[in-house]
Design a protein around this ligand. Sequence first.
Ligand code: CTP
Ligand code: CA
Length: 231
Amino acid sequence: ARGGAQAQDLAGRHVVVSAGGTREYLDPVRFLGNRSSGLQGYALARTAAARGAEVTLVAANVTLADPAGVKVVKVETTAQLQEQVVSASRSADVVVMAAAPADFRPAQFTDSKIKKAEDGSAPDIRLTQNPDILAGLARDRPSPAQVVVGFAAETGDAHGTVMEHARAKLARKGCDLLVVNDVGGGKVFGSEENEAVILGADGVTTPVPRGAKSAVAQAIWDRVAGLLESR
Ligand code: CTP
Ligand code: CA
């Protein structure tokens, strides 16, 4: 229920939420990063706690205040995010990957600060692909009853519409729900608002109208609570 007493439909459940964007270090002072603010993940953590869940929030480079009553684990890199999310997920009923892990990291880490060359040449930086945390979580669930949720920011292109790309991604990742944001036409990072479609492996699609990230979070927990109930 909104406005009135909050339903405690996640009481007794342990949920793990990841948030923010990972950093991949080139040397001790430089990294490749992305613009994820962590706002949607923090809204998910806050609303889950309000619905009675025990919440572990794995936060990558987020500058927001820790939500009350939530266990916050801070990480920087995709490898650290994977380690902490996988570890917390072993005892979880639900895992939501709202973080933006870097798809690639520098193939090599240089132990000391990379210096400029005398001849004015610039280094070539080789990248290597990071592991897909979400696909691994969905594949290696500790229990078939665990609910696994992913996010996807998509644009339509020559290969398909936003929803076609999203359905393919849901299947590829093997998760139960995929929260899809249409980012064609320029997404504002760090925005307090969001608009989404929640796509289920069961074929059910829930549109969430533009509004606060907390409203998107509540709609996600509504779908998750339904799945937990049915398992
Ligand atoms: N994700 C993940 N590990 C990665 C990359 C992404 O767990 N290395 C998760 C994200 O947290 C998100 C979902 O996968 O929940 C989809 O992320 P997205 O970047 O859309 O998927 P990718 O497989 O990286 O596909 P794309 O090539 O479109 O970036
Ligand atoms: Ca990606």
